[in-house]
Design a protein around this ligand. Structure first.
Ligand code: OOG
Ligand code: MG
Length: 255
């Protein structure tokens, strides 16, 4: 078997050069713990290139997403400053293999969170909530993967954009969500699609990622996971997500 360090280099290079690779599990026997180790090692390479860890993304927290990719387990990945896109910015399609976009809800933390925490404790650590979108770009050919593959590949994360922050002291358990491409709705859902209540995703982040990272930190952004299935991105598109009561977030695609 290849070393985890070698496999981390493979996924990191695939991401860095936007080249599709075969699934790791085609040739390696990997369990989920080893996959998270590969993710950690591949992110170490990015930190060495100057990127900084600024949060965590949760994945497969909705049935729509699980059904789309055929993996039925909640996963998480690391967000770096280089992955963040400015609200309204245009991303370059060429920098990705086969990017998709999905509507999400983001949390901003004002206090650390770690381990088994109650919803009340978690709420006390939240500074704000915002409409957001994640760019996912599996480095695996045809966007096909098994659980250890996607985890090793930083849970497909490759970019994210966050809209205006709102105070979290409001009921955000069942807010309507519309994602539009060029003004046409392509996905419709509710924040309830995220584990029945997006707060559950934050609790999972504290439990799973918090454990691995020595806690979620104040100032971090936690992406709660795709609310609907993801939509493929093509040059020239303008994508906008509106979440009821929270406002809109948008992104363009160039090249
Ligand atoms: C896996 C990542 C899932 C989400 O929000 O559910 C994810 C993928 O769809 O490639 O980011
Ligand atoms: Mg996502």
């Amino acid at each position: 078997m290849s070393s985890l360090v070698k496999l981390a280099e493979v996924v990191d290079e695939a991401a860095r050069t936007a080249s599709a690779i075969p699934q790791l599990t085609d040739s390696e026997k990997l369990d989920v713990n080893q996959a998270y180790e590969i993710q950690a090692l591949s992110l170490e390479r990015r930190y060495k290139r100057g990127e900084q860890l600024i949060g965590v993304k949760m994945g497969l927290t909705s049935r729509a997403k699980m059904a789309q990719v055929g993996v039925h387990e909640v996963i998480w990945g690391r967000l770096t400053d280089a992955m963040r896109l400015e609200e309204g910015a245009s991303l370059s399609r060429q920098r990705y293999v086969h990017p998709r976009i999905e509507p999400e809800l983001a949390f901003l933390l004002k206090a650390p969170l770690s381990g088994e925490v109650s919803a009340l404790e978690a709420m006390a650590a939240v500074e704000g909530i915002a409409p957001a979108m994640e760019i996912i770009d599996s480095r695996f050919r045809d966007f096909k993967f098994a659980l250890p593959d996607v985890v090793a590949d930083n849970s497909s994360s490759s970019g994210f954009v966050v809209g205006p922050w709102s105070r979290p002291d409001q009921d955000f358990r069942n807010l309507g969500v519309v994602m539009e491409v060029d003004g046409r709705p392509v996905q419709i859902g509710s924040t309830a699609g995220i584990l029945g209540d997006p707060m559950r995703s934050l609790l999972a982040a504290a439990r799973l990622a918090g454990k691995a990272l020595g806690g979620l930190k104040a100032g971090w952004i936690i992406m709660a996971g795709g609310i609907t299935a993801a939509h493929p991105l093509a040059p020239g598109q303008h994508v906008r997500t509106v979440i009821q009561n929270l406002g809109a977030v948008s992104l363009g695609v160039k090249d």
